[in-house]
Design a binder for this molecule. Sequence first.
Ligand code: SOE
Length: 391
Amino acid sequence: MSSQGSSGELRVGMVGYAFMGAAHSQAWRTVNRVFDLPARATMVAVCGRDEAKVTEAAARLGWAEAVTDWRALVARDDIDVIDVCTPGDSHAEIAIAALEAGKHVLCEKPLANTVEEARAMVAAAAKARAVGVRSACGFNYRRVPAVSLMRNLVAAGRLGAIRHVRAAYLQDWIVDPSFPLVWRLQQDKAGSGALGDIGAHIIDLTQFVTGQRITGVSGLTETFIKERPLPEAASGLSASAGSATGEVTVDDAALFIARLDGGAVATYEATRFATGRKNALRVELNGEYGSLAFDLERLNELEYYDATLPAAEQGWTKILVTEGDHPYLGAWWPPGHIIGYEHSFTHEMRDFIEAVATGADPTPSFEDALQVQLVLDAVQRSDSSWVSVAA
Ligand code: SOE
């Protein structure tokens, strides 16, 4: 049976404290101040290998304690939740150990580096669920209010049958060939490159908003810069270059087409080489009664085309997703007052706490995240189906 603090308290231990760790900390700090929830999260301890750095991070991010041994952390009686914010190569080991120790687990995306690891995590989650221990994967963009609204409109039948899904996640932070070989560019640490890091987001998000699952893909991946300087120092997405170089072992870009089980066809593009595009996650759905379009760089808006209106009145409408009736927004600011990137994590913690405290399964489940992993794997394998154009 899972441990639990005094009634209504969830005592959190987080492993990892870089970019995602900071985003999660911000959310754990804020969530109970904004949302009225059946349990209160307490930030008990943050874990990292470097004692000086994790001690500094604990003070900066708001954790009561800094520790260096994650195995000891997951074994502690005063911890109810383990939040895994490490690079992908340690997700499976930490999450499985935590579940076996009866801790609820929130694990950053992508769930794992391989399908095999993801399957083992799903098996551990299923065993733990049988004794009331919960798990979820942190696909935070599901929790952007405009994305939730998109899903609600699709589920209400406003688009009818969906014909096209068009998704892209475009970044440009490694366009410069002298940008160092950080862990996100190393296959043994990250599993894959743009594909798993940001492609995973659009796979999850499109399946979430359409309610359809990808059944088949055909794709290609490319690594434009094959060698980069090794980092001298690195944290999150920033790093300084040393003089030695190393091989880039992941994709810089991944593109694929797909079929979904509800009959839609889809295109996906994930790249870190879209010069000028900083964090452009875009999804457009075209259905028989209308279309919806979302762009993360304008996350307080959702575009809607209602093709059921008289022809003379049809046109794209920009819905400002800033009102109290919109998902999550009633708890924040007065109508019209916009929110940003970090709020998606606060909403993630909100939903996680509510589910755990009420004995429900939080989403996306490890099973949902395994399905994303299977798509990533299929895209990588589909390179072999490439057909050359005749000379
Ligand atoms: C870096 O590419 C990154 O921070 C991803 O790791 C996150 O998952 C994404 O939300 C933003 O970009």
